[in-house]
Design a protein. Structure first.
Length: 333
């Protein structure tokens, strides 16, 4: 049993088992206090709500592991969705076929990738701080979207998009399948490839990485390019779910993506982070939100609970690190 546990820790990360236990406690607690929490309808609701936040969190993950951040994840997702919406409307709107949709998806991914690449180049080749570079990109993309839409919504899309955003395959919501596939791809990319090794090394020590032969500038550009493309996937998914696109969609999720990363054990200073613990942390956050909603709590209370939850986790981890180093008893004395 201990051998299996050690293998799981090695493959999935040291925090994932503890997070799974915390997830189980959360489910049991709400299951005992809320009669409808364990219903199939509630789990379907979680399956449809989680993927948007999940994809945006994946887009935030690699930049943080590399020692940076991408504050433009929401703006990139919305502008990518606007790109798809524009192409669909140019080809008949509700009567648009599959071919315009495929072209629009490719264009949306290109827009997301281009915005990410622009950030990466600014950070890698011009020495801009990731916070400033991504903040500038966020303002630019949001302003461009407001200019193109005049602050309004774009709607009127083919009916088959609703089947993607609200469909179910073998009892599992289609958005959840998309998010799961993206998480597996991200796990392989960060844990099993040279690029993933470069991401962690750059986050640990960019100068040493440069001396060891890692193409730091090229890797940073690729990190933000892929982040932008993941944002585009989130924007496409939001379009299929809401049947509309607006520049302000999902703005409240920005800080939650950072919260999910840190709750999942990602080092805020860069150098370490795994997909599996972040995946479980997203399940915990969505479970908390759904449980509080069923209890009749205001959504703002759920946000406050998320913040307190993160503070508690940080205190617990700090105490655990002191205990591992044998310093806890010294401090207590």
């Amino acid at each position: 049993m201990s051998t299996i546990t050690e293998r799981l820790r090695r493959v999935l990360g040291p925090d994932v088992l503890g997070l799974l236990g915390l997830f189980g406690i959360t489910v049991v607690a709400f299951g005992l206090t809320t009669p409808h929490f364990l219903s199939a309808g509630n789990f379907d609701s979680i399956g449809f709500q989680l993927p948007d936040l999940g994809l945006l969190t994946l887009a935030m993950l690699a930049p943080i592991v590399s020692g940076g951040i991408n504050l433009a994840v929401i703006a990139t997702a919305n502008l990518s969705g606007l790109t798809l919406a524009w192409i669909l409307n140019m080809n008949g709107g509700p009567q648009a076929g599959v071919v315009p949709f495929v072209i629009g998806v490719v264009a949306a991914l290109a827009v997301g990738g281009a915005s990410g690449a622009a950030m990466g180049v600014t950070i890698a080749y011009f020495g801009a701080h990731p916070i400033l570079a991504s903040l500038a990109m966020m303002i630019f993309l949001k302003g461009l979207g407001e200019f193109l839409t005049r602050g309004g919504d774009i709607s009127g899309f083919p009916a088959f998009l609703g089947q993607l955003g609200h469909g179910v395959i073998l009892g599992v919501p289609v958005p959840m399948l998309v998010f799961t596939a993206a998480a597996i791809l991200w796990h392989v990319l960060l844990a099993r490839t040279r690029h993933g090794f470069a991401v962690a090394m750059i986050g640990s020590n960019p100068r040493a990485s440069d001396y060891s032969g890692i193409p730091v500038k090229r890797s940073l550009t690729l990190i933000y390019t892929l982040s932008g493309m993941m944002c585009a996937v989130a924007g496409i998914l939001m379009l299929t779910e809401f049947n509309s696109v607006r520049v302000g969609h999902g703005e409240a999720l920005l800080l939650v993506t950072v919260l999910a990363c840190f709750l999942g054990g990602v080092d805020p200073n860069g150098g370490f982070g795994r997909v599996a613990p972040v995946f479980v942390s997203l399940l915990i956050l969505q479970t908390l939100s759904s449980g509080l909603n069923l209890l009749g709590a205001n959504q703002h209370l759920a946000t406050a609970v998320w913040g307190l939850f993160l503070i508690a986790v940080m205190v617990f981890r700090y105490a655990a690190s002191l205990r591992r180093r044998g310093l806890f008893n010294t401090i207590r004395k």
